[in-house]
Design a protein around this ligand. Structure first.
Ligand code: ATP
Length: 366
C-alpha cells in the first residue's frame, strides 16, 4: 500500500493532496498542467518537505510528524521528462553508475538490458542515442539503483509520437515483469489508459478521486466521462485464439469479446479499450451484421452531452459486468425509449487491444 498525504503552501499554490493506492502495479497521477503532480512526486522522493506530510510505502514510514527520511535513504528510482545521462559516457557506463549506488541486487544488469532492449546500444556514447533510446537507458539506470518504488515524471512527454510508440511496449513489459510499484505522472489520458492500473485524479492541488482506472473512466461524477472522446478500458484474459482469422477471444467481466490480434497463450492478461463513440445500442440481438461483438448489457444511467447522450452500461444480462460507455444521439435514446435498468444489446464497432500482453497482478513474477 502507498499512503500519501501532503499539505502546505508553495508560493501562491496550495497543496492538499491525500491518496491511498495499492503498493504494486502502475499508479498514474493525472490532471491538468499546474495541478501539483510533480510537487507530489518530489514530496514522495523527499526532495521537498511539505510542512504537513504523511507517507508510508509498503509498510515503511518515510514521513510522519517529525520523522522525515532524507532523500538518499529512500529507495526510489526517479525518471524525469528528459533523461539526464552522462553524454560522454557509454550506455554501459551510465547503467553501471546506477548499479554502483546500491548494495543489494533485486534486479540485475542482464535483466534490465533484456527487458528494455538495450543490448544493441551498450557500447554507444549516450550522446549518440535518440530521445526514446536515452529514455530507455534512463529507466534502466533507475531500475539498477534497486528501487522499492519507481517515480516517473512525464517520461514520454519530450518524445515525438514515433518514439513514444516505440517506448510504450517496453513500459508494458516492465509492468508485466516487475513487482516494483510505479508512480507515473502524465497529462496524456491515452498513455494513462494504456499503462495504469490505478488512477489518482488531481485538480488544483487536491486529489479529486483515486481508484482502479476502469471505474474512474466510467464515473459520471468525474470529468473523464465528459471528455469529447470518452472510452473505457477493460482487463480480461485470453480464452481462445483463432490464428486462421487472426482473432482472439478475451473473457471480461460479463462477456467475451472478439478482438483482432492479441494471439497468445490462453490465460494471459489483455487490456482492451472501447471508445464510447464506437458503441451503439439496440433492443434486440443484431443479425446479419459484420460486427463481431454484440453483448447484452444493462443501462445504469445516462448523461446528456450536447445533442448526444453518454449512456453508462454494465455488461451481462444481470448488469454486473464491466463498465461500458456508449455515445448515442439523443434522438436514438428517445426513439428507442431507453431508460435506466433496461436490457440492451451493445454493438461494439471497435474493440482495440490496448498495448501488448498484460500479466494479471497475481501471476506477476518478482
Ligand atoms: N517551490 C515552489 N515555489 C512556489 N511555487 C511552486 C513551487 N513548486 C511548484 N510550484 C507551483 O505549484 C504548482 C504545481 O506545480 P507542479 O509542477 O506540481 O504541477 P504539475 O501538475 O506537475 O504541472 P505540469 O503538468 O505542467 O508539469 C504550480 O503552480 C507551480 O508554479
Amino acid at each position: 500500500m502507498i499512503e500519501a498525504a501532503f499539505r502546505g503552501r508553495l508560493g501562491g499554490f496550495m497543496l492538499d493532496a491525500a491518496f491511498a493506492v495499492p503498493g504494486q502495479g502502475i499508479t498514474a497521477l493525472f490532471g491538468p498542467s499546474g495541478c501539483g503532480k510533480t510537487t507530489v512526486l518530489r514530496a514522495i522522493a523527499g526532495l521537498l518537505r511539505m510542512p504537513e506530510g504523511r507517507l508510508r510505502i509498503n509498510g515503511d514510514i518515510w514521513q510522519e510528524r517529525r520523522r522525515f527520511v532524507p532523500p538518499h535513504r529512500r529507495a526510489v528510482g526517479y525518471v524525469f521528462q528528459e533523461a539526464s545521462l552522462f553524454p560522454h559516457l557509454s550506455v554501459e557506463a551510465n547503467l553501471r553508475f546506477g548499479l554502483r549506488r546500491s548494495g543489494t541486487t533485486r534486479i540485475g544488469m542482464e535483466e534490465v538490458v533484456d527487458l528494455l532492449g538495450i543490448a544493441p546500444l551498450f557500447d554507444r556514447p549516450s550522446r549518440m542515442l535518440s530521445g526514446g533510446e536515452r529514455q530507455r537507458v534512463a529507466i534502466g539506470r533507475a531500475l539498477l539503483s534497486q528501487p522499492g518504488l519507481l517515480l516517473m515524471d512525464e517520461p514520454l512527454s519530450a518524445l515525438d509520437r514515433f518514439s513514444k510508440d516505440e517506448i510504450l511496449p517496453y513500459l508494458e513489459r516492465l509492468h508485466a515483469a516487475l513487482s516494483i510499484p510505479v508512480l507515473y505522472v502524465s497529462h496524456d489520458i491515452a498513455e494513462v489508459e494504456r499503462l495504469a492500473d490505478t488512477l489518482v485524479l488531481m485538480e488544483q492541488g487536491r486529489v479529486r478521486a483515486a481508484g482502479p482506472i476502469p471505474d474512474l473512466l466510467a464515473d459520471p461524477a468525474l470529468p473523464l466521462l465528459h471528455m469529447p472522446q470518452p472510452a473505457v478500458v477493460i482487463d480480461g484474459k485470453v480464452v481462445r485464439t483463432d490464428p486462421g482469422y487472426g482473432l482472439s477471444e478475451i473473457a471480461v467481466p460479463g462477456g467475451v469479446l472478439v478482438v483482432a490480434g492479441g494471439l497468445g497463450p490462453v490465460g494471459e492478461g489483455r487490456r482492451v479499450r472501447i471508445p464510447a463513440n464506437d458503441v451503439s445500442l439496440g433492443r434486440t440481438p443484431p443479425r446479419d451484421t459484420t460486427i463481431l461483438n454484440a453483448l447484452p448489457a444493462r443501462i445504469e444511467g445516462a448523461d446528456p452531452a450536447g445533442h448526444q447522450m453518454t449512456v453508462r452500461l454494465r455488461l451481462g444480462s444481470d448488469g454486473r459486468g464491466a463498465a461500458l460507455l456508449a455515445r448515442i444521439s439523443r434522438k436514438s435514446w428517445d426513439r428507442l425509449a431507453l431508460a435506466e435498468g433496461e436490457l440492451v444489446f451493445a454493438r461494439l464497432k471497435a474493440v482495440a487491444l490496448s498495448g501488448s500482453a498484460r500479466v494479471p497482478a497475481l501471476t506477476r513474477v518478482d
